[in-house]
Ligand binder design. Structure first.
Ligand code: NAD
Length: 366
């Protein structure tokens, strides 16, 4: 069973998890926040809720808006009501949120991670349909609060150009780096993983990613003989992921590298429609797809809901409903490989709703 327990003197999430697990009786649903999000978000969320209903409706949803939908509903991409809802429930399933490029609002995703100290981003990828790469099974753990994502940026004016030079500062702390490393090693132990590759750019970003590598190596000593560790410069890792992805078991990445490499990993298993993520911290856990709001296909009813369905499976695991998660995994696999129902990104013809219906049909037979 996949576990997402926060560690190192931070037992609160474990307590939360136990509390929610104990709270789950057949007649009592687990309270959770549901954020439909932007673009294809409402479409894949609708499909996922339908499938979860077919699994016995394990969650009691409190629906909240965020992103552009939050601006429309409450004038804020992260309305206070949404934050309060997650604060109370400590558990959420979230559709993608649009972040305008350039000026405008700060990313609601980043704000959410900061608000609930969601320091670990777990992004597993696994081959579900044989294709260009078979038998891929890699878990990427991404530090979720630091690096260049803190986005401390400014311009330096020169002459008539007020924005002649752009400066960005990244921040990684030793404690933060050790915390995410420990999370990754604990995850490896709990989930039978054998090796962690620490991804960095310590040859150039000697301080920013050097401290991350150093901290990971230090933490690794506590796991010697139980979980193997090596490290790789990010550019070499990107190439190896194309040439020989099977050499990797788990990747431990700084924030920006994890963001980029998790999209690359998604590409190995069929694209962004196939990659789930869990943001886990001391105060809450928020599950989502790796992909964004996909404005190019929004409203067409053709988005692949598998990423969010797999994120829902992670959420089921997180609250101790591993059997339901396994049923969901099996239904997705059977729908893709036996029923051959697939959305357009997987060269199929099914709409988002047709795919969800096919999964429900499968679940009804199990
Ligand atoms: P994107 O992930 O939305 O889309 C990239 C490509 O993948 C597009 O061609 C899209 O059609 C395709 N795609 C994505 N999900 C798919 C799915 N489920 N089924 C089929 N095809 C799918 O990336 P983008 O276009 O760079 O970003 C759009 C917006 O989403 C931006 O505002 C970005 O900031 C935001 N974003 C949000 C999150 C999040 O909320 N966690 C993550 C990434 C991007």
């Amino acid at each position: 069973m996949t576990c997402f327990l926060a560690h190192e003197g931070k037992p609160r999430l474990e307590q939360t998890r136990r509390k929610t697990f104990m709270a789950h009786q057949p007649d009592k649903r687990i309270p959770a926040t549901l954020i439909p999000g932007d673009g294809i978000g409402p479409e894949v969320v609708e499909a996922t809720v339908k499938v979860l209903d077919a699994l016995g409706r394990p969650f009691e949803w409190d629906v909240q808006q965020a992103g552009m939908a939050g601006i429309k509903a409450a004038g804020d991409p992260l309305p206070a009501a949404a934050l309060e809802s997650i604060r109370e429930r400590r558990l959420a399933l979230k559709g993608p949120l649009t972040t305008p490029i350039g000026g405008g609002f700060r990313s609601s995703n980043v704000r959410l991670r900061e608000a609930f100290e969601l320091y670990a981003n777990v992004r597993p990828v696994k081959t579900l349909i044989p294709g260009r790469y078979d038998d891929i099974d890699v878990v990427l753990v991404r530090e979720n609060l630091g690096g260049f994502y803190v986005a401390h940026e400014y311009y330096v004016p020169i002459g008539n150009d007020p924005q002649a030079v752009a400066v960005s500062t990244g921040i990684n702390t030793r404690e933060g780096s050790k915390r995410i490393a420990r999370f990754a090693f604990e995850y490896a132990l709990r989930n039978g993983r054998r090796k962690i590759t620490v991804v960095h750019k310590a040859n150039i970003l000697k301080a920013l990613t050097g401290i991350f590598l150093e901290a990971a190596r230090e933490v690794a000593k506590d796991y010697e003989g139980r979980v193997a560790v090596d490290d790789m410069i990010v550019d070499a890792c990107a190439m190896q992921l194309v040439l020989n992805p099977w050499r990797f078991d788990m990747l431990l990445c700084t924030n920006l590298f994890g963001d980029i490499l998790s999209d690359q990993l998604a590409g190995l298993v069929g694209g962004l429609g196939m990659a789930p993520g869990g943001n886990v911290g001391t105060d809450a856990a928020i599950f989502e797809a790796v992909h964004g709001s996909a404005p190019d296909i929004a409203g067409k009813g053709i988005a692949n809901p598998i990423s969010l369905l797999l994120a829902a499976a992670m959420m089921l695991d997180h609250v101790g409903l591993g059997d339901a998660a396994r049923r969901l995994h099996a239904a997705i696999s059977a729908t893709l490989n036996i029923d051959k129902v697939r959305t357009g990104d997987l060269n199929g013809t099914a709409s988002t709703r047709q795919f969800a219906d096919a999964i429900c049909h499968r679940l009804a037979g199990t």
